[in-house]
Every structure is written in structure tokens, then in C-alpha cells.
Design a protein around this ligand. Structure first.
Ligand code: M6R
Length: 614
């Protein structure tokens, strides 16, 4: 979490930093700050609790000149979100400033040592401790800034991406990374540093992704140099960005979340592009081709993920078990990593992540690799840490997802998992030819079916209006629709702050049924399929207790429509593929509920888009 941005070159740094911070605000928005070094040698720091707009207002009459500077938008870990804990942080002499994304785990012991040497601290942050340490080493050992940063990083335990600026060295920025992402853009005569490529894209397409334990020495007008923590120079590779500027802008929508919901016909199509060929009857999922033999013999697949990606993993469980007949376990990465799990060398672990930066998922991957398992990734962000840490895998190609609530990433993940499961089913011979082809053809129709569901927006807006003041909601589903119930509940609670629970419909009678009364809306997926009659019975149980049913049903349904208070009719599709379209009404419902309740849809309280801390 936290977004960092920095600039060194010939342009005015402040506008670049502010624009960059606004692009990175999805990563955290508790506070924001900048530091600029002007031509007179003044180091000006402006920082404020709140959003980037609060910072702009705060600094509006201040001197913001200078063509070197650093900026930060924070998601608080150590210390509450306030002006003092905001970044950048000063060193003891106030000559050095630093921004940081990550957590320094041993900061307390370092802080004690520095206090004994006369250091005083203003904030409660681990970041301030690190910048003090850097200065202490620089002064005490008589080192240049870059070497002092390397020496200091050798003493810290934890994750970081940092940028350091020194008043006494106005032509240099030092950047370093471990665990948290960092990209360096190389312009004609300037450098741009950021947590992801979004602040860089409009200035240059040439970027270097810093690797873990690398330190970049970025000097005005000089070539980029990268050293490792052993203080040895390492070779770096310049890559060309494929990201387009339009894809990270709102494009006329009020919120990124709405734009991303509406992008799903395209993003699902993009996830299938070049992979699904109904004419040849072939599915080609590049990332798993090299591992086909492993899948052929696999006794178990373990999905590791968090949040919405974990829900996609649950859908994957149904798909792989049903189609490829491989036993699947779906694990919260945060639990898996600390549980001493039993992992066999012939296990295939698949990590699912939109950002590719989730700390718990990354740790789960390292654990699985250390036990000899084959680890694959299903990631959206190209070049992300998870994509690089895994043995192989597939990108979802959903395009940048900026709204904190994950929407198009989910449908893209489920699309890729479906293609993988179908491909592996063919390799293992667990599916008849006709069923295989039937599913292939049906997959191809999904984007246009999503388009149909999006046309229900006005109806769903009315439903949101009718329920916007509820305090609680229950989401139910069975089989492959159970993860969609979980996803619907997560969406509602995270952006509209309405308490919601997702349950397998049949589990309701083991507890949650006690919550049902006339004030409780129950959102049910009751589409046609093997579980239909069972879900009908569950709906009756709710109705018998005066609960209010809002059901997603298959177009043309009569039985549930008669029972339900409100029905949302979605196009018919294969039972296994229903999650790809049944999740859309729940996404729209949570979006409209949040807007009507006056919530900040794209930046819900306490959350951040990439959870790069455990
Ligand atoms: O980037 P990832 O997919 O690894 O992120 C996992 C979760 O943090 C994420 O899905 C989170 O739950 C979203 N806010 C859900 O909308």
C-alpha cells in the first residue's frame, strides 16, 4: 500500500508529483505529502492528513519550485493518519527526506539505538527511523548517500520501497526496493520513479522494474546505475510499457468502479483473446503449456489468494473438480503461509491476484516454492511481483483496475480459470468431446451476455434505492453460485459499509436463518441448474419468515419469479459459467448503494487497492 512518486530532471517537479499522487491514490489515501528541493537549495516539505486535494489546498500559496522532488500518498501502518505521521519524513538534521512504502519490522530496536546516539523522533512511523539511520551511517561513516542507503538497508528487516533525497546532493535521488513495487521511467533527460507505471506513462514508455534488494542511483543527466545490497553494480533491462493513458482515466464515467463494471464485456473478451478458438476447438493458455505434464499427473491443486481473488479461486475449485477431476483446495494466503501446510512436490499451487503485489499471496508462493511445488500465477498486472515470483502462469488481460472494489478483475480471473480447467480436462481426457465443445461455444457468448446484464442497470439502481438504508443483508447461492454470494456480500460491505454476509443457501438453516425478518433483504442467485429446486426450497424458508427476496433468475423463469419480491432476469448460460454473468447485478447494486449513501466509491475508508503489507 502507499503510493510513492519522485522526479528528477529539468521540468517543474511539483505538478508531476501531484498528478502522480492522484493516479496512485488508489493505493492509500490517509494522507499525502511532497518534498521539493528548489534552485536556492531550500528543501520544502508539505504534508497533510487526508487526500491529495487537501494537500493541494494546504500548499497552494507555498513555494513549490524545484526540478527534483518526492511525493507520497499513505495507507497508515505505524502511527495513526495525521499530519506528523505523513510522509516525507526528515532525518535528524532535516537535510535528508524519505518516502516509504512497506513495513520495517525491526524499527523499534533501531530506534532505541538511535535514541542513545541523541536522535529525537517526531512521528510514530518506522519510516522516520530508517531515514535517521541512513543519515547516522552517512555522517558517521563518511559515506555517499547511495552507499549509506545500502548500509542501512542491510540492517533492516521488512519490506520497503523508498526514495531518498538529500539537500546536500541536489542532483541525486536514491531509490530501493524489497517486497514493495517500484518502477523507474527513463525520459530524454529526466527520471520518474513510482510505485506503478501510471504516473510515468505520459512522459516515457521506457521503464526499469527494480528487483528486490536493488538500489538505484539516479543522477540528473547521468545514466541510471543499479547496485545490490552487497554494493555491487548490477545490469538492468529497459522494458517498453504497453499501458495506454486512456486505460487509467475515467473516460466519462463518474467513478472508476462503474467504468470497470462496464468494461467487462471487453475485458472478458480480452482474457479469451488468442486463447479460445471455437473453429479449431483449441484452447491455448500459454502459461500452463510448459506444465501440462504436471497437470496430467497432479493429485491436487491449491489456490492461494485473498479477497475477491480468493472468491475467484472458489469458482476455480468447482471448475477444476468438475471438468478436470483434480482435487482442489482453496486457501486464504494469509492463513496458508502461517499454518505449516502439507505441500507435496507434485502439488500445483496457483496464486490468483489482480495487483500481483499482495504480500500474503507472495509469502504463500515463496512457501510453496520452498517445498518444491510447481507454482503458477493468475495475475492482472503485467510484470508484477507475483508474476515474476511464480514458475509460470497467465495474465488475465483485464486492463488496469483502479477502483478499490475489484470487479472486472474477478470476471477475468474466472475466465482464465475456466479456460485452464477446460484445457487441462482435455489433456487429462476427463470430458467428452461434445461437452468440451459445448462449453467452448458457450464461453464465446459470455461477453454479449454480460452486455445484456448491464442493460439492467436502471432496474438495479431502483433496487439499490429501495434498500440503501438497510443495516444488514444476506447473500445466498449454491454450488458455483456460492462464491458469487460471498463476492456480492464483500462488494456491498466494502464500499457502502452495509453489513452483509454471504452463505451457501443450504447453510442458512444452521444459524443465519435466525436473522431473517421483514427488514432483512436476502439476495439470492436462483438460476436454472442442478441446484435450482433446492434453492427454491431455501427461498421458501426465507419467505416463511417474512424475509424479502431479491433473486437473480434465468430469463423466462416462472417459479422463483412468483415467490421473490424482486427478480433480476439474466440470460441463460451453462450452469458452470453462470458466475461470469450473475456477479454483475451484485456489482452494480453495491455501486449504486454506495453512491446513494454518499460513500467514496473508488476510495472506501480504511482500504487500499494493493495490500502490500501482511
Ligand atoms: O490484488 P489482489 O487480487 O491480490 O487483491 C486481493 C484483495 O486485496 C482484493 O481482492 C480485495 O479484497 C478487494 N478490495 C475486493 O474488492
Amino acid at each position: 500500500m502507499c503510493g510513492i512518486v519522485a522526479y528528477i530532471g529539468k521540468r517543474e517537479a511539483y505538478p508531476i508529483l501531484i498528478k502522480g499522487l492522484q493516479r496512485l491514490e488508489y493505493r492509500g489515501y490517509d494522507s499525502a505529502g511532497v518534498a521539493m528541493l528548489n534552485a536556492k537549495g531550500d528543501l520544502n516539505v508539505y504534508k497533510r492528513k487526508g487526500k491529495v486535494t487537501d494537500l493541494i489546498e494546504f500548499a497552494k500559496d507555498e513555494d513549490k519550485s524545484g526540478n527534483i522532488g518526492i511525493g507520497h500518498t499513505r495507507w497508515a501502518t505505524h502511527g495513526e493518519p495525521n499530519d506528523v505521521n505523513s510522509h516525507p519524513h526528515y532525518s535528524q538534521s532535516k537535510n535528508i527526506v524519505m518516502i516509504h512504502n512497506g513495513i520495517i519490522e525491526n524499527y523499534a530496536s533501531i530506534k532505541e539505538g538511535l535514541k542513545k546516539r541523541g536522535h529525537t523522533f517526531l512521528s510514530q512511523t518506522d519510516t522516520e527511523v530508517l531515514v535517521h539511520l541512513i543519515e547516522q551511517i552517512k555522517e558517521h561513516e563518511g559515506m555517499k548517500l547511495g552507499h549509506a542507503v545500502i548500509a542501512a538497508l542491510n540492517q533492516v528487516i521488512g519490506a520497503y520501497s523508498i526514495v531518498v533525497m538529500d539537500k546536500n546532493d541536489p542532483d541525486t535521488l536514491i531509490a530501493a526496493k524489497k517486497g514493495s513495487p517500484m518502477v523507474i521511467g527513463i525520459g530524454a533527460d529526466d527520471f520518474f520513479i513510482a510505485s506503478d507505471a501510471s504516473p510515468i506513462i505520459e512522459y516515457t514508455k521506457n521503464v526499469v522494474y527494480l528487483e528486490d534488494e536493488q538500489v538505484a542511483i539516479i543522477r540528473r543527466g547521468k545514466e541510471l546505475k543499479i547496485r545490490n545490497l552487497k554494493d555491487k553494480e548490477v545490469t538492468h533491462y529497459v522494458q517498453e510499457l504497453t499501458l495506454e493513458l486512456e486505460s487509467i482515466e475515467k473516460g466519462g464515467y463518474d467513478h472508476f468502479m462503474l467504468k470497470e463494471i462496464y468494461e467487462q464485456p471487453k475485458s472478458v473478451r480480452d482474457s479469451m483473446r488468442g486463447r479460445l478458438n471455437t473453429t479449431s476447438g483449441l484452447i491455448t493458455v500459454g502459461g500452463i503449456v510448459d506444465h501440462e505434464k504436471k497437470f496430467e499427473k497432479a493429485k491436487r491443486i491449491i489456490f492461494v489468494a485473498c479477497g475477491t481473488s480468493w472468491h475467484a479461486g472458489l469458482v476455480g475449485e468447482y471448475l477444476f473438480e468438475e471438468l478436470a477431476r483434480i482435487p482442489v483446495e482453496v486457501e486464504y494466503a494469509s492463513e496458508f503461509r502461517y499454518r505449516n501446510p502439507i505441500i507435496y512436490q507434485d502439488d500445483i499451487v496457483i496464486a490468483i491476484s489482480q495487483s500481483g503485489e499482495t504480500a500474503d499471496t507472495l509469502a504463500a508462493i515463496e512457501l510453496a516454492k520452498s517445498k518444491g511445488a510447481t507454482v503458477l500465477g493468475v495475475c492482472n498486472v503485467v510484470g508484477s511481483s507475483i508474476a515474476r515470483a511464480t514458475h509460470g502462469g497467465s495474465y488475465t488481460h483485464a486492463g488496469p483496475e483502479i477502483g478499490v472494489a475489484s470487479t472486472k478483475a474477478f470476471t477475468a480471473q474466472v475466465t482464465v480459470l475456466t479456460l485452464m480447467a477446460l484445457h487441462i480436462a482435455k489433456v487429462r481426457g476427463t470430458l467428452t468431446e461434445s461437452r468440451y465443445h459445448q462449453l467452448l461455444y458457450e464461453m464465446e457468448t459470455i461477453p454479449s451476455k454480460i452486455e445484456e446484464v448491464l442493460k439492467l442497470n436502471d432496474q438495479i439502481k431502483e433496487i439499490a434505492y429501495a434498500h440503501k438504508d438497510t443495516n444488514n443483508a444476506l447473500y445466498l447461492g449454491r454450488g458455483v453460485s456460492f462464491p458469487v454470494a460471498l463476492e456480492g456480500a464483500l462488494k456491498l460491505k466494502e464500499i457502502s459499509y452495509i453489513h452483509a454476509e454471504g452463505y451457501p443457501a443450504a447453510e442458512m438453516k444452521h444459524g443465519p436463518i435466525a436473522l431473517i425478518d421483514e427488514a432483512m433483504p436476502v439476495f439470492v442467485i436462483a438460476t436454472k441448474g442442478a441446484n435450482y429446486e433446492k434453492v427454491v426450497s431455501n427461498i421458501q424458508e426465507v419467505k416463511a419468515r417474512k424475509g424479502k427476496i431479491i433473486a437473480v433468475v434465468t430469463a423466462g423463469d416462472k417459479e422463483v419469479k412468483e415467490m421473490a419480491d424482486i427478480s433480476i432476469e439474466i440470460p441463460e448460460t451453462d450452469e458452470l459459467l453462470v458466475p461470469l454473468i450473475s456477479v454483475i447485478p451484485w456489482q452494480l447494486l453495491s455501486y449504486h448503494s454506495a453512491v446513494m449513501r454518499g460513500c467514496n466509491v473508488d476510495q472506501p475508508r480504511n482500504l487500499a487497492k494493493s495490500v502490500t503489507v501482511e
